[in-house]
Every structure is written in structure tokens, then in C-alpha cells.
Write a protein that binds this ligand. Structure first.
Ligand SMILES: NC(=O)c1ccc[n+]([C@@H]2O[C@H](COP(=O)([O-])OP(=O)(O)OC[C@H]3O[C@@H](n4cnc5c(N)ncnc54)[C@H](O)[C@@H]3O)[C@@H](O)[C@H]2O)c1
Length: 363
């Protein structure tokens, strides 16, 4: 059951529909284009925008932000708030945010807090953004190295998904997005998960057909539980461990992208799920899922991460896990799979069980 039906107005639009004379009119967003400002990942400062954006873009009304985890900070919010102030922004002024998950997360947070919320639309430019970050209204910044500690819920009025942005993504960004896309199948749709098995995520043509279903899975789950009281928690599969890995990497000045950390976190979660498996078939499918994810994680061009992970003392990650914002009453809860496509989201983990599973996976 949805807590706030009035908030559920996010439209998901696919760029194939942009092949018309005025897609903004078709999308019912014509009015917004007259007042719209732009927050754009700096990467596109000199590049060409797709025609549906080029037709409305105004460089003098644009703020460019550096993409990457470092941009998700209160300092970036100050920059956005000052820019909004300079333009005399009010609740009738729209902003179009174009970028990956970090840019949409921080811009969404600044926009949802400015004057208690001004409207925005998202145009995600990474695979993570298209199938996850730009859908569902969670906006936020990191604080003291901990992920998304400060945030809001406010849905974009629309998200425009255009697979052609993937043409310039590198293999790290593609595998990152692939991990979040696989997660949607693992927690919610076993048939979808099965259909992913023959796909090579380094081939964008092969990924394209899966984007719409993956985006719709995220939307379906969010519509059940916008404010994260129940069903939405399933989307956190792998994230408790992933956020701890990201925290440690940040502390050690290492780079790890969010989707890759989620991939490793899911490997941990799949192993942990095995402790609850009630039959051999379930156990075998959980093992097979680990192999399927690892095949791509082991390929990533960052310095040998599984070697780094195997040097980590589980205790040092536990310090970050205890700070996870999903915890309740000093207890740590996490998501596991009862079978492929079915997630259980409120099971306590102890330091002992975390450690023993960590050692099994990263020995
Ligand atoms: N709000 C949510 O529900 C939600 C869900 C999932 C992830 N997230 C957040 O998303 C973030 C990760 O997002 P991300 O993986 O998109 O990272 P990102 O935004 O840092 O983008 C990765 C890199 O790709 C660059 N880039 C963006 N578009 C590009 C393109 N088309 N071609 C080439 N390079 C491009 C960026 O400049 C950046 O350097 C994390 O902070 C994570 O917490 C949020």
C-alpha cells in the first residue's frame, strides 16, 4: 500500500518517444520548458546534447557540476542554493538535471530542500542512473564519509531515459550499472534474472532491451512503499556491505564506484542467503548467481579489488555497518534472498555471522 499517493507522480519516459516534432509537448512537459534551468554533469560542458535537449537548452541558465562521489556534499548544495537564489527561483521554476547518479542525488537534494522543494526532472546519463538512481525520489548527500546520511524524499516530475548516453560509458561504468540491474532481477523477477544470463554488459546493444523492464521494476517497488517502510528495503540487497566497503575505500583513499561495491555486497548477501536456503535447488541457484556476478566483477579495470577485499578485517567494516542508516535500535538489519526473485528484508545480522560469511567469500 502506498503511503503518499499524491507524491507518486513520477513519469518515466523513454527517448524512443522523442522522435516526434516536439516531444516535450507529447510528454505534457511543454510548459516547464519555458522556465527551465539546467544542472548538468561537467562532462557534457562541451559535448553535444541529444536534439530534444538541445532544442530547449540555454547555456546561460546552466550550472555545471563535476560528476563523481565527491560531488555529493553539502558544499555542492551551497553552490546550487546560491545559483538558485541568483535566478530568483520559486516553486514555479523547473530544473532539468542531466547526469549520473551522483549529480541527480545531490541536485535532487538541493532542489527538494530549497524553499521546501522546487520541481525538477531527471535525465540520467549513466546506466546506474537510468535503472535506479533517477527513479523513486531518494535524494541525498554523504556526510563524514558515510553514504547518503542526509537526504530527502521528493520525486522528480519525470525521468527521461535515453539509452544512447551509454555510448560513452566505459566498462567500469557499464559493469557498475549492470550490478544494480541484476539486483532488480534477483530481488523481484526470477524470469528477468534468467533472461540476463546471456547478456554481455560491455555491449551496450545487448543491455538496451533490459533497461525498460529494470526501470519498471524499480518503479513498481517504489509505488508499493515510497517512504521505505517495507517492500522498498529489498532494493538494499548488498547495500549494507557495499556502503561499508565504500566508506573504507574513502578512508583509505581508494576509488571504488558505487555499483561495483554493490556487486561485491551482493556476493556477500548471496552467500549469507545460503544460510537460510531450504533446499538444494535454492542453494544451487544462489551459488550460480554469485558466479554470474563475479564473472563481471573480476573483469573490472580498477586495481585488483578482490585481493584488497581479502585483506580487510571484517571488524573494520563492522564499524561502518553499525552506522548504517537502515539500522534500528542499535541492531543491524539486512536483506537476503529466500529464492531468486524473492527477498526478505528485515533480518538481523550479528558481527559473528557477518564475519563468518565475509571469511567464506573473501578468504
Ligand atoms: N537515489 C537513488 O535511489 C540511488 C540509487 C542507486 C544509486 N544511487 C547513487 O548513484 C551514485 C552512483 O551513480 P553513477 O554510477 O551514475 O555515478 P556518477 O554519477 O559518479 O557517474 C560516474 C562517472 O561517469 C561520468 N558520466 C556520467 N554520464 C556519462 C556518460 N554518458 N558518458 C561518460 N561518462 C559519464 C560521470 O561524470 C562520473 O565521472 C552513488 O552515489 C549512489 O549512491 C542513488
Amino acid at each position: 500500500m502506498n503511503d503518499h499517493p499524491k507524491l507518486m507522480k513520477q513519469q518515466i519516459l523513454f527517448s524512443a518517444e522523442a522522435d516526434v516534432h516536439n516531444p516535450w509537448k507529447e510528454w505534457g512537459l511543454d510548459a516547464f520548458t519555458r522556465t527551465c534551468r539546467f544542472i548538468v554533469d561537467k562532462r557534457f560542458e562541451k559535448g553535444e546534447l541529444p536534439s530534444y535537449l538541445a532544442s530547449i537548452w540555454n547555456p546561460s541558465k546552466t550550472l555545471f557540476l563535476e560528476g563523481g562521489e565527491g560531488t555529493k556534499s553539502i558544499e555542492t548544495c551551497h553552490e546550487i542554493w546560491e545559483w538558485l537564489d541568483d535566478f530568483g527561483t520559486n516553486r514555479g521554476t523547473w530544473t532539468c538535471v542531466i547526469g549520473g547518479g551522483t549529480v541527480t542525488d545531490v541536485a535532487g537534494f538541493a532542489l527538494s530542500t530549497y524553499k521546501r522543494g522546487v520541481p525538477f526532472i531527471f535525465v540520467p546519463t549513466t546506466l546506474v542512473g537510468m535503472i535506479d538512481a533517477s527513479i523513486g525520489g531518494k535524494n541525498g548527500v554523504n556526510y563524514h564519509g558515510f553514504k547518503n546520511q542526509i537526504g530527502t524524499f521528493q520525486l522528480p516530475k519525470a525521468t527521461i531515459i535515453d539509452g544512447s548516453w551509454m555510448d560513452t560509458l566505459d566498462s567500469l561504468q557499464l559493469i557498475s550499472g549492470w550490478m544494480e540491474l541484476c539486483k532488480h532481477g534477483l530481488i523481484h523477477d526470477a524470469l528477468f534474472w534468467n533472461s540476463l544470463q546471456d547478456c554481455n554488459p560491455l555491449n551496450t546493444e545487448q543491455i538496451l532491451p533490459f533497461i525498460e523492464r529494470a526501470a519498471n521494476i524499480k518503479q513498481e517497488i517504489v509505488e508499493l512503499d515510497l517512504l521505505d517502510h517495507g517492500a522498498r528495503k529489498a532494493l538494499n540487497l548488498g547495500h549494507t556491505v557495499a556502503h561499508a566497503i565504500e566508506w573504507l575505500a574513502h578512508k583509505e583513499n581508494r576509488s571504488i564506484s558505487h555499483g561495483i561495491a554493490v556487486g561485491w555486497g551482493m556476493i556477500w548477501s548471496l552467500e549469507w542467503s545460503g544460510n537460510y536456503a531450504t533446499d538444494d535447488t535454492t542453494q544451487a541457484s544462489l551459488n550460480q548467481a554469485q558466479i554470474a556476478l563475479r564473472k563481471w566483477l573480476d573483469l573490472i579495470p580498477e586495481e585488483n579489488q578482490s585481493a584488497w577485499l581479502s585483506t580487510i578485517a571484517p571488524n573494520s567494516l563492522w564499524a561502518a555497518i553499525e552506522k548504517d542508516k537502515k539500522n534500528e535500535a542499535n541492531r543491524v538489519y539486512d536483506v537476503y534472498l529466500t529464492s531468486i526473485g524473492e527477498a526478505k528484508w528485515h533480518t538481523e545480522i550479528s558481527l559473528e555471522s557477518f564475519t563468518s560469511v565475509w571469511k567464506q567469500v573473501f578468504k
